[in-house]
Design a protein around this ligand. Structure first.
Ligand code: PMP
Length: 286
């Protein structure tokens, strides 16, 4: 089936969907993005991702080019035109195209790009049942990781390092040896004492929408959560280690740098949270 992308007001065949060479997304990584998972053609955690998009745009002073409602129409139309039932929809908004100059251009319309693709939910489910491998990697990103920018080179380098070692995710750590997050996920442990922990959002991390949804579920499930940094060492000694993201939901990591986590199998908390998260995300998708 031929894929279709939305680019600045028009739907084009994916192979012909282009932005200008002087788009600031390309020249300066001057843009933001969002990712929604799609269940049965509907968007999961719709409002949360929309709100974070608004915040990212505000932080970078990129004027939202259309209303959130109009954006929602485009997201859904792109999903429909690509006949995506279960999958992912991506939205990129850059400051737009202008002659190259570091400072912001005046009177330039932002670029808006939407793409959608189908994914095989069973493959993710199989990964989650067995658990996946992780590696640790230094966090070399800039100081505003709370803004979801398209400047993902350090994340790409970390993910590549993981792939080269046959691992699913790179768990990033700061100069103190404390885990920040994954290269494209938030990181959690059930520590040696059985306490669920994830890094607080005062730290230089992305405020994951899946992280926020899981935090709500954790409360409903009566599980105590400690939003407190943990070290690589603590992660390696943890009973459970898992990561969360819109594209992978809750994914148990069963080895880190080749060292077994817990008994080397997905733990009960990650397994439970994955199943209740997915159930709720499907139910609440709009
Ligand atoms: N951290 C980083 C660095 C990410 O790229 C992502 C996914 N985009 C996440 C965390 C998870 O965020 P979300 O749950 O909103 O997908």
């Amino acid at each position: 089936m031929s894929r279709v992308a939305y680019v600045n007001g028009t739907y084009r065949p994916h192979s012909q969907a282009v932005v200008h060479i002087e788009d600031r997304g390309f020249q300066f990584a001057d843009g933001v993005y969002e990712v929604w998972s799609v269940f049965d053609g509907k968007l999961a955690d719709y409002a949360g991702h929309m709100e974070r998009l608004g915040r990212s745009l505000t932080e970078l002073r990129i004027e939202i080019p259309m209303t959130a409602q109009a954006l929602g129409v485009v997201l859904r139309e792109t999903i429909r035109r690509n006949k995506v039932r279960d999958g992912i929809v991506y939205l990129q908004i850059t400051r737009g195209t202008a002659p190259r100059d570091h400072a912001f251009p005046k009177g330039v319309a932002p670029s808006v790009i939407v793409t959608a693709k189908s994914i095989d939910l069973h493959k993710g489910e199989k990964n989650a049942e067995k658990g996946v491998a992780g590696i640790t990697h230094p966090d070399i990103r800039w100081g505003r990781c709370d803004i979801k920018t398209v400047g993902l080179l350090p994340n790409a380098l970390a993910k590549q390092a993981a792939r080269e070692k046959g691992a699913y995710e790179a768990i990033l750590f700061d100069e103190m040896g404390m885990v920040t997050e994954g290269s494209s996920t938030n990181a959690w442990i059930v520590d040696e004492n059985g306490k669920l922990r994830t890094r607080d959002t005062q730290a230089n991390i992305l405020r994951g929408i899946t992280r926020a949804a899981i935090m709500k579920l954790v409360k409903e499930e009566g599980i105590e959560l400690d939003e407190r940094p943990f070290s690589v060492e603590e992660a390696k000694k943890a009973k459970e280690l898992f990561v969360t993201a819109a594209s992978s939901f809750v994914m148990p990591i069963v080895s880190l740098d080749g060292e077994k986590i817990g008994d080397g199998k997905p733990g009960p908390i990650a397994t439970r949270l994955r199943s209740v998260y997915v159930e709720q995300a499907i139910r609440d998708a709009i």
